[in-house]
Design a protein around this ligand. Structure first.
Ligand code: COA
Length: 159
């Protein structure tokens, strides 16, 4: 299995970290791709997001982290991934995730499969934008992110 987990991770949350750990264990290793989403205004650079993931997941074996800017299917086919992991937090993720998996299925042309992991119930309400918003307004985000991510957020706030 050569597995990929892609996302914006702006910033990486405890929900993402849970998926990364479980996917790495299930697949015998994992590559995380930090994708630049042109529709989202990012708080962190791709390099900062990669560092946050590396520090938050320092105990995960066989984890690779890369930045990517382009069509996911091109990365999957060019690098020979056969498994693309997605986390599902609840019903609201399902419709869009299934549509994305179906589009990608055409593009993968039988060379890769999308695999869904159900988020831990304790993480199903977390999103990166909620983390950014609560933090910007002075709220406590310690139940949503790792200590390492929190420290990056505080550094960013200090400028
Ligand atoms: N725990 C916590 N948060 C989670 C989560 C989990 N398990 N799963 C998803 N989320 C959050 C994310 O933080 C994100 O929050 P935000 O919208 O507040 O930033 C939100 O849910 C959506 O996550 P996701 O669907 O993974 O979006 P993304 O922007 O992180 O990543 C890509 C989407 C990068 C995988 C997708 O846009 C892509 O493939 N882009 C490349 C271009 C491409 O190929 N397009 C065609 C696709 S068919």
């Amino acid at each position: 299995m050569k597995a990929l987990y892609a996302g914006s991770f702006d910033p990486v949350t405890l929900g993402h970290i849970d998926i990364i750990k479980r996917a790495a264990k299930l697949c015998g290793g994992l590559t995380v791709a930090v994708v630049t989403n042109p529709n989202k205004k990012a708080m962190f650079t791709a390099e900062e997001r990669m560092e946050m993931i590396a520090e938050s997941c320092a105990d995960v074996k066989k984890l690779e982290i890369m930045a990517y800017d382009g069509l996911l299917a091109d990365l999957v086919l060019d690098e020979g991934f056969d498994t693309v992991v997605r986390g599902i937090r609840g019903e609201s993720d399902l419709a869009s995730e299934i549509q994305m998996a179906q589009i990608n299925s055409r593009l993968y042309n039988g060379k890769a499969e999308t695999v869904f992991l159900a988020a831990e119930p304790g993480h199903s309400w977390i999103s990166s934008s909620a983390v950014r918003e609560v933090f910007a307004l002075g709220g406590d985000i310690s139940s949503m992110v790792s200590e390492e991510t929190l420290s990056f957020m505080k550094d960013k706030e200090r400028g």
